[in-house]
Design a protein around this ligand. Sequence first.
Ligand code: ASP
Ligand code: MG
Length: 422
Amino acid sequence: MGIVVQKFGGTSVATPQLRERVVEHVARTLREEHQVVVVVSAMGRAGDPYATDTLLGLARQVGAWPAGGASRELDLLLSCGEVIASGIMALTLQARGLPAQALTGGQAGIITDGTFGSARIEEVRPDRLLALLAEGIIPVVAGFQGVTADGEVTTLGRGGSDTTAAALGVALQAERVEIYTDVDGMKAADPRLLPEAPTLQRVTYREAMEMAYLGARVVHPRAVEIAMEGRVPLQIRSTVGSAPGTLVTDGLNGPGEALPREAPARADRPVRAIAHVGPRSRVWAVPARGEFDGEEIHQLFQSVAEAGVSVDMIYVAPDRLSFVVDEELGDQVREVLTRRGARFEVTSGFAKVSCVGAGMHGLPGVMARIARALAEAGVRIYHTVDSHANISCLVRQEEVGTAVRALSREFGLLESGSGGLR
Ligand code: ASP
Ligand code: MG
């Protein structure tokens, strides 16, 4: 009789009808003799009264936006969205005869550092949750938030309820963490671009993490990282419908099943999924004269860092350096580099399209196939970067759909059976 953490996203708790589905999931899991901990996000999307974006809109109306976009007051305000959801969800469970108790993140034992807007969980003290479970009570925890050691309420960054669920799953040594959302799992490619993209039945932590960092939006990458470190399986599935969704694990199919830790990757299918993010701006700079020296390179990146801009797809050579930033931050970079008197160019309108697969490591020919597929589709590559489990290409934003379709075809992602791990 293990613990199952069930996290319901904002769209899954948005209406009374959907909250009845939540009750059904909880009740079913209790019937299967599990103990359940519920984690909820703020109800609904922008425009709905208690959604995170609505609360953010309220704060923006004040007109005094905090420097750096985060503050103690903003976090306290935003945390209310999840607190409201946990109260409503606990009341709903109680009304259906299930004993439940709503808790803030802090009450649930989530202790964070003091970085408002993007706090990191330092510690989870599970005692209170365990005591409730022992009494047969379902804790309904407000996601996305914690409390500092000295009692300040913090939030974990957008999408942070997944992180709450994973951290609780690890601290409670849960059998699994279930992430309920409005799609039935992780897809081989963005279903908005490729509606026929199959759901991946199983992916490794590494693949899920790469996909999440590279733009797949169903689960927060930090949550996958925490689940991976704690070796708790994640199941990503739809709140409506009964499809099992995607199991994120290292080859174990579930408790007690002695499969290899990581199933062997298939050489003919080194790429499991295509992810994309955008818009991005590409920045490149050349030396004022001759070649860059080490100190110039340091100064340039240092000034970008001091402007609070994170860089990606970094390329440094004696005669040129380039990197990619969030398009929103392009102007900030332009300003910084102008002040430094650098010779540079910032071009907007790019996106990063990535092929992800733990099986590509050490396998010859993956880049050749990417290059061929994109060439045949008429998509120009402006920059690439790779790791052991992905190859990312910078392309024009308007060509993302074409690129995703071409790469999905090249790597057989639309063929039946491509969703399994083997
Ligand atoms: N409500 C928060 C957000 O919209 C956290 C979450 O949904 O996971 O980012
Ligand atoms: Mg989310």
